[in-house]
Design a protein around this ligand. Structure first.
Ligand SMILES: C[S@@+](CC[C@H](N)C(=O)[O-])C[C@H]1O[C@@H](n2cnc3c(N)ncnc32)[C@H](O)[C@@H]1O
Length: 288
């Protein structure tokens, strides 16, 4: 729990820091909003004591920072709706390409995407998908940006996310590169939210199919993405399909999470960089 005695000088510093008002300073704003949130969780303690003034000031600062973020999110949404890759996303792409991020944690970039995508909550509880399927968890945003660079995705590509959840990967890949993107997802509730997001952002090259990946048509894909979506017989069957597809077409396969180890055992493809579960690994078929 942060100490309340620290809050007063911090508030004074933050209230007078004009750099926080610059739209691009979103990471610092998110960091401060997090800290303010942790302090305000002590609000019950503050209700009847002299520190109440601090609570009022921290709430006012939170509202101010949130409204700057909302304006930024709206500005980015409008650019996407006009078919433009926002300069904010281009800058992040360049940064992530050179830093090779790792780890499974989330950061301010995930808050940024949440603010831009504004997903409707799924209309039902997550389905029980069966023994081979892995539950939904989004790829941390920094890895999606890195994957777009590492796989050198362009507008002539068709990216297929095998088990796409809410659709962060197809949405972002299409926004940043103009590629066609397809998300295949077994749970129709995630698909409905993803389709609504794509429609509100006017993304005509992004589509989602509510189906089992084993029944999906993968023939148009040039780049495939797997964030550990399934294991066992389902993974074997999908890898067989990808292998047959790779024999006829040049493709790239990108992986994140434990599935990377399974892919690295496949002798028909090779990793471009040493395989690691906590960062993006791109695999190229030997036939490429
Ligand atoms: C770990 S999540 C990854 C989500 C998304 N690719 C991302 O990176 O943000 C795995 C997803 O695969 C989906 N899934 C599991 N088995 C599937 C199957 N047989 N066919 C299609 N989707 C499946 C799950 O519902 C879940 O949304």
């Amino acid at each position: 729990m942060p100490s309340l005695t620290n809050l007063k000088p911090l508030l004074t510093q933050w209230e007078t820091d004009s750099t926080l008002l610059e739209p691009a300073n979103v990471s610092r704003r998110m960091e401060i909003l997090d800290q303010l949130d942790r302090y305000s969780s002590q609000s019950e303690l503050l209700e009847d004591n002299p520190c109440k003034e601090l609570l009022v000031r921290s709430q006012a600062l939170s509202s101010k920072l949130e409204s700057i973020n909302s304006l930024l999110f709206q500005f980015i949404r409008e650019q996407i709706q006009c078919g433009v890759c926002p300069s904010e996303f281009q800058t992040i792409l360049e940064q992530q390409a050179s830093t090779h991020p790792h780890g499974f944690s989330y950061d301010y970039l995930d808050d940024l995407l949440a603010g831009v995508f504004q997903f409707d909550p799924p209309h039902s509880e997550p389905q029980d998908l069966g023994p081979d399927s892995v539950f939904y968890q989004p790829t941390p945003a920094r890895h999606i940006f890195q994957m777009i660079s590492a796989a050198a995705i362009t507008e002539t590509d068709t990216l297929i996310d095998l088990g796409s959840g809410l659709g962060h990967v197809p949405l972002l890949a299409s926004i940043c590169t103009g590629a066609t993107s397809i998300g295949i997802e077994l749970d129709s509730a995630w698909v409905a939210s993803a389709e609504m997001c794509a429609s509100k952002l006017n993304l005509r090259k992004v589509s989602f199919n509510a189906q089992d990946v084993r029944e999906a048509d993968l023939s148009s894909g040039t780049v495939f993405y797997l964030y550990t979506p399934f294991t066992g017989a389902t993974l074997s069957s999908v890898l067989d399909s990808l292998r047959a597809h790779a024999a006829m077409h040049p493709i790239r396969i990108c992986a994140f999470g434990p599935v990377t180890l399974s892919l690295s055992m496949e002798t028909w493809m090779r990793p471009v960089t040493p395989p690691a579960t906590d960062r993006i690994t791109v695999f190229l078929p030997n036939s490429n």
